[in-house]
Ligand binder design. Structure first.
Ligand SMILES: *[C@@H]1O[C@H](CO)[C@@H](O)[C@H](O)[C@H]1NC(C)=O
Ligand SMILES: *[C@@H]1O[C@H](CO)[C@@H](O)[C@H](O)[C@H]1NC(C)=O
Length: 227
């Protein structure tokens, strides 16, 4: 309207100038509008990408796998579940001796063996990750609770008197002593090295204590008098 009016009034040259000016104004506003729309669109696209990136609209069974990618492959689900389970197991581990004793009692319905505190200290010093795995302790000692010390000692003596690849170790005054030839120097030396590491901190074996190792199983015998 404004353009038509300016066109009607005044001489042509002026009209021409005013027309040009009006057109320029329209073009400016048009351009500004386009610019605004461009920015709005760009912002919206960026927002959608951001949203999808952080909150992917994926089925509920999609699992984040170890390297951070999303995947619903069954193996990835198994791996993810196992990783989560392991984390939970790590979180559950005993953080103190009292904790460990409580768990031992709950699991095996009996108190832990004497000097369990020393075992706990050693395990802590060695940064043991799975503290509450007491099955080896429990099952190694279990057969001996029902035998008298003299019976155990006589059986060990008998065991060591044959040429039967059985090796015995006795700890006296904190020093391990190798008994019998067992499976030759290799295993004997390795076992002695192992025992030397903790023999000092286990005065429970200062009296007559004997280990015999036979095909991976560990037999322990000792005089029960200092327990
Ligand atoms: C397990 O814990 C570690 C760090 O403690 C963490 O980086 C990892 O994402 C956790 N895994 C799961 C499946 O929760
Ligand atoms: C246990 O962990 C601590 C701290 O990370 C470290 O200084 C120490 O050397 C570790 N001990 C063993 C036996 O690995």
């Amino acid at each position: 309207m404004a353009i038509l009016e300016t066109f009607r009034a005044g001489p042509w040259g002026q009209h021409k100038y005013q027309l040009l000016k009006a057109a320029q104004e329209i073009s400016y506003y048009y351009h500004a509008r386009v610019t605004k729309r461009t920015w709005t669109t760009t912002f919206l696209v960026a927002a959608v990408i951001f949203f999808l990136w952080h909150f992917p609209l994926l089925p509920a069974n999609f699992n984040r796998i170890a390297n951070g990618r999303w995947c619903d492959h069954p193996i990835s689900i198994l791996a993810s579940d196992a990783s989560r389970g392991f984390n939970e197991t790590l979180m559950r581990q005993s953080k103190s001796l009292e904790d460990a004793v409580t768990k031992y009692r709950r699991q095996y319905n009996m108190p832990p063996p004497p000097h369990f505190d020393k075992w706990y200290d050693l395990a802590t010093q060695r940064n043991t990750t799975l503290m509450d795995e007491y099955d080896t302790i429990y099952h190694s000692l279990l057969p001996f609770w029902g035998l008298s010390p003299s019976t155990i000692r006589s059986r060990v003596k008998e065991d060591l008197s044959f040429d039967n690849v059985v090796m015995g170790i006795s700890i006296r005054n904190g020093e391990p002593i190798h008994l019998g030839n067992g499976q030759g120097d290799f295993q004997g030396n390795a076992a002695m090295k192992q025992f030397k590491k903790f023999a000092q901190s286990y005065p429970i074996w200062t009296s007559s204590s004997t280990f015999t190792m036979s095909r991976g199983s560990l037999f322990l015998t000792r005089s029960y008098t200092d327990w």
